[in-house]
Design a protein. Structure first.
Length: 187
């Protein structure tokens, strides 16, 4: 693949036939995709915790109203003990990877501390773990019809209710994901 065909800053949507429980009906935002593989954050799989539990584990004092009740996401099956903050660009936090002009990914404590006191990014999603693919793996899965890629949408990423993100991401390109089927073979 050349740089123009990498899927950075795009969604990959699990096709209805993708049965892997880690990715069934998921939407993953791709933060990095190159010749070495891909890294993404699943944006529609709530974890069984709120941000308050992370504040408590990290001994972070909270002064921002409602911050402790923010939903945390299961970002993928890799390094599930590690936190990732997918957010609108800006803030100057440590350990930040700029994905696009509008989206960054931060893994440092300072962004969590800023959120706790109401000085975090304008919009953000906090996830534990990430989705990762080795060299050529994602491309093969796309060729096998496991994923549909679409342009990223800030609205789907941050504003669409969690249970509607899978359909909404596909809907941005005019696809009703519920109507898609796996290809039939004739042998």
């Amino acid at each position: 693949m050349n740089q123009a065909t990498y899927l950075n800053n795009q969604f990959i949507i699990a096709m209805p036939n993708l049965a892997d429980p880690n990715f069934f009906h998921t939407v993953t935002y791709l933060c990095q995709h190159n010749e070495e593989g891909a890294l993404g954050i699943v944006i529609n799989r709530p974890a069984e915790m709120k941000l308050g539990e992370i504040f408590k584990q990290m001994n972070i004092r909270v002064t921002s109203t409602g911050a402790a009740e923010i939903q945390v996401f299961a970002g993928g099956p890799v390094q599930q003990e590690r936190g990732f903050v997918l957010h609108t660009t800006g803030g100057g936090w440590d350990a930040t990877m700029v994905v696009s002009e509008s989206i960054s990914l931060t893994t440092s404590r300072d962004v969590i501390e800023a959120i706790a006191v109401g000085k975090g990014p304008d919009q953000y999603l906090i996830a534990l773990g990430y989705a990762g693919w080795g060299e050529g793996q994602l491309e093969q899965e796309i060729l096998a019809n496991a994923w549909l890629n679409t342009p990223y949408s800030k609205h789907v990423l941050f504003d669409t209710p969690i249970d509607r993100r899978w359909r909404a991401a596909a809907g941005q390109i005019g696809i009703d994901i519920n109507l898609l089927t796996t290809p039939a073979g004739h042998g």
